[in-house]
Write a protein that binds this ligand. Structure first.
Ligand code: ADP
Ligand code: MG
Length: 354
């Protein structure tokens, strides 16, 4: 109901009551008419003024609380013409919207809380495995009292490997938390992506031999492609992806790296012919600590942080990463990079824009 109608009805009721009372005492129609008009006008003004003032002062307060003084304007200004027509339902609408918004925020917080809890349990799980292994080896050596020197040596080596695994885990965790809190800046430089790929492949050559996997860089462009990115971080992206292709590749298989020139980007693809990934896992692959069942049971996986780090780095460059995979056939991970802009100088030789 509109404020004016409400006030009108109230004033009318008062005026009628007083008029009847007046008629009862004075029995004069003229006096009744005067009383009616006077009381109607006066009570209309008083009611209107009081209700408006009351509603406005109360609503203004609520409104300010809801908006946390963000609007910085008076209710009248904020709600414009509507408020005088029906301020209550306007505020009701506002409150409903506000409640919905808060509900959304609470849901996000709940999801984050769940994520945090899972994150903690994942961390403790990841730490437990190598720690228990180290403890086991040390206990065994102690029990044996160094009688069997060969066994002691072997167990110490195994313990050392688990210590190494722990330190890799801490390094990855450190890296990901820095990336997530935005502490790591992307240090853009211009470099030839072809050269970087060759460098990374050389570094991983030994590991590939161990897995009997052939590393092939399929260069289909005559010239190297210049990109604008953080060289060190892209080295890490390439290393993680190629390393995965070795870990989850098949013995005697091949890992291929290809480049595709797009309009102002380069697409880098790493393809393997390994175990592949079930379709249902694909959407979760880049989550922290996520590992497929097969890699968990095979005990070949690392921390499960590699792809999360890769995604962070690529996205910090404002670029994208995607994956295609068929279980049993292999996987392809592709990410884009920004091409460095080139200018042609007078001699017609491309030079880099500074
Ligand atoms: N090339 C690949 N082929 C098959 N599965 C893969 C491949 N790369 C990653 N995965 C799956 O994604 C999971 C997450 O990878 P990543 O984050 O690098 O963790 P990690 O290598 O430490 O296991 C792996 O455990 C594995 O299950
Ligand atoms: Mg990995």
């Amino acid at each position: 109901m509109k404020l004016r109608v409400l006030v009108f009805i109230n004033a009318f009721a008062v005026a009628v009551t007083l008029s009847i009372a007046n008629y009862y005492f004075q029995q004069s129609l003229h006096a009744v008419l005067v009383t009616f008009s006077a009381t109607f006008i006066i009570s209309y003004i008083i009611f209107y003024y009081l209700i408006e003032k009351y509603i406005y002062s109360k609503i203004k307060l609520i409104y300010k609380q809801i908006h946390n003084l963000k609007l910085g304007r008076d209710l009248r200004d904020a709600l414009g013409e509507h408020v005088s027509a029906d301020p209550i339902s306007d505020v009701q609408q506002e409150v409903k919207e506000w409640a919905n918004q808060k509900k959304g925020e609470i849901e996000v917080l709940r999801a984050q809380e769940k994520f945090r809890r899972e994150f903690l349990s994942n961390i403790s799980h990841e730490f437990k495995t190598p720690l228990f292994a180290i403890q086991g080896y040390i206990d065994a050596i102690e029990d044996d009292d160094f009688e069997d020197k060969d066994m002691a040596r072997e167990f110490l080596q195994k313990a050392a490997r688990n210590v190494e695994r722990l330190s890799f885990l801490i390094k990855d965790l450190d890296e990901i938390s820095k990336l997530e809190t935005g502490q790591i800046a992307i240090n853009y430089t211009k470099f030839k992506i072809n050269d970087l790929i060759k460098e990374v492949l050389e570094n991983l050559e030994m590991k590939a031999k161990k897995h009997h996997i052939k590393l092939v860089f399929k260069e289909k462009y005559d010239e190297s492609i210049m990109v604008n990115a953080d060289k060190q971080k892209i080295t890490q992206v390439l290393t993680n992806l190629i390393d995965n292709s070795l870990k989850y590749g098949k013995e005697g298989g091949t890992t291929g790296i290809s480049l595709f020139e797009l309009h102002d980007q380069v697409l880098v693809e790493i393809t393997d012919d390994g175990i592949g990934i079930e379709e249902k896992y694909l959407p979760r692959l880049f989550e922290r600590f996520f590992r497929t069942d097969s890699s968990r049971s095979r005990q070949i996986g690392g921390s499960g942080l590699g792809l999360a780090i890769v995604k962070h780095i690529v996205e910090a460059h404002d670029q994208t990463i995607n994956v295609r995979s068929t279980e049993g056939l292999g996987s392809t991970f592709g990410f884009t990079l920004q091409k460095a802009k080139q200018q042609i100088n007078i001699a017609g030789i491309p030079v880099l824009k500074s």
